[in-house]
Design a protein around this ligand. Structure first.
Ligand code: PMP
Length: 379
């Protein structure tokens, strides 16, 4: 049987990982500045995380959601504490798309309306509703053309006000990333977020903040939108939440009533996934990874900002977009094949996307900085 390959593959097969490094079967060592797409939050194979997962594996891995699982309660309490959203309820699922799918559905159940606003450059996942609010030319499907889903320009306040004025009574929710990741590290302005929040309140629409990529400390705040002090109705999370173990979450304001059976998924919140997610939160807190994120993010930007061929740097914490004066594909390839460093790209071909683990060390960032300098100087 052939594998249904959905990604263009770099022909590297990592077989071992530790901290911010990966090794292939030949023993070649790679620096991970992509975090497996913002998933590796506390570094690969963190010893505390590993020991917690191993302990859990020896006890119990899974049982049905119809039976109480105190690890889910511990996870919800710890997530509430670290994020400051203690009054919210947490629904546990398995991925970012699933979290967004449930958020959009919950909003519609709540206010009985159907239209969903989303923004240019967005990425919310590949399931049916999630892909319908995703602005990615590669995955546009007939579902995207449903009049339920309305695309607006990023940071365009005028268009936003206009659409609420004309269709506000039909708008169920607005979904927006804390910081657009796949879109090329696009940071919303405070005014844009405030206006969305204000209009959602005025028209009884639900504000959904997708923090799947920008959350879990990556931006230097636990959730990126917290920089602006706005409070969403629903927050979705995944990726860095499990550091590689599949888990997603929906933080739901208590004003929402979840009727029996509305939210549910067989594997959601299983014992192993919860153990992984609890370990991640413990490490972020105990090792002050948000402090390190702020420090290392600032250091990287400062060191690279005057390199040739860099047009601009868009950054919050360790969510970094380096805009070049050309397509970044060749630079990425050279970083990977000549310097053994993984980086990411984005919808905007010029933007090199950097998403290292939140506990990256200074000497590891120096490897990247020196390699980037060499590659850019050789162009
Ligand atoms: N939301 C955002 C902001 C994302 O970046 C992604 C993944 N790139 C998703 C949702 C989808 O997450 P998943 O692949 O876990 O379904």
């Amino acid at each position: 049987m052939n594998l249904f390959n959905v990604y263009p593959l770099f022909n590297i097969n990592p077989v071992k990982a530790q901290g911010s490094f990966l090794w292939n079967e030949k023993g070649e060592k790679y620096l991970d500045f992509y975090g497996g797409h913002a998933v590796i939050s506390i570094g690969h194979n963190h010893p505390y995380y590993q020991s917690k997962l191993k302990d859990q594996l020896e006890k119990i891995s899974f049982y049905s959601n119809s039976v109480q699982n105190n690890l889910q309660i511990e996870l919800a309490q710890k997530l509430g504490e670290i994020s400051g959203y203690e009054e919210y309820n947490l629904f546990l699922c398995n991925s970012g798309a699933e979290a967004n799918e449930n958020a959009i559905k919950l909003a519609s159940f709540h206010n009985g309306k159907s239209k969903v606003l989303y923004f240019s450059g967005s990425f919310h996942g590949r399931t049916s509703a999630a892909v319908s609010v995703t602005d990615n030319p590669k995955i546009v499907a007939p579902v995207n053309y449903s009049e339920r889903f309305i695309k607006l320009e990023w940071n365009d306040l005028k268009q936003l006000e206009e659409i609420f004025k004309t269709q506000g009574n039909d708008i169920s929710s607005v979904i927006i990333e804390g910081i657009q990741g796949v879109g090329g590290i696009m940071i919303p302005t405070a005014g844009f977020l405030f206006k969305i929040k204000e209009l959602c309140e005025e028209y009884n629409a639900v504000l959904i903040l997708d923090e799947v990529q920008s959350g879990y400390g990556r931006s230097g705040y636990f959730f990126a939108h917290q920089e602006f002090g706005i409070q969403p109705d629903i927050i979705t999370t995944a990726k860095g939440m499990g550091n590689g173990f599949p888990i997603g979450g929906v933080l739901i304001h208590p004003k929402f009533e979840a009727s029996n059976g509305l939210l549910g998924t067989t594997f959601g919140g299983n014992h192993l996934a919860c153990a992984a997610a609890i370990a991640v939160l413990d490490v972020i807190k105990n090792e002050n990874l948000i402090g390190n994120t702020l420090e290392m993010g600032g250091y990287i930007e400062n060191e690279i900002k005057d390199f040739p061929h860099i047009r601009s740097i868009r950054r919050k914490g360790l969510m970094i977009g380096i805009e070049l004066d050309r397509d970044c594909a060749e630079v990425r390839k050279s970083l990977l094949y000549d310097h053994f460093i993984f980086t990411g790209n984005s919808n905007d071909k010029a933007v090199l996307r950097i998403l290292p683990a939140l506990n990256i060390k200074k000497e590891e960032t120096d490897i990247f900085i020196n390699a980037l300098k060499t590659v850019l100087e050789e162009i």
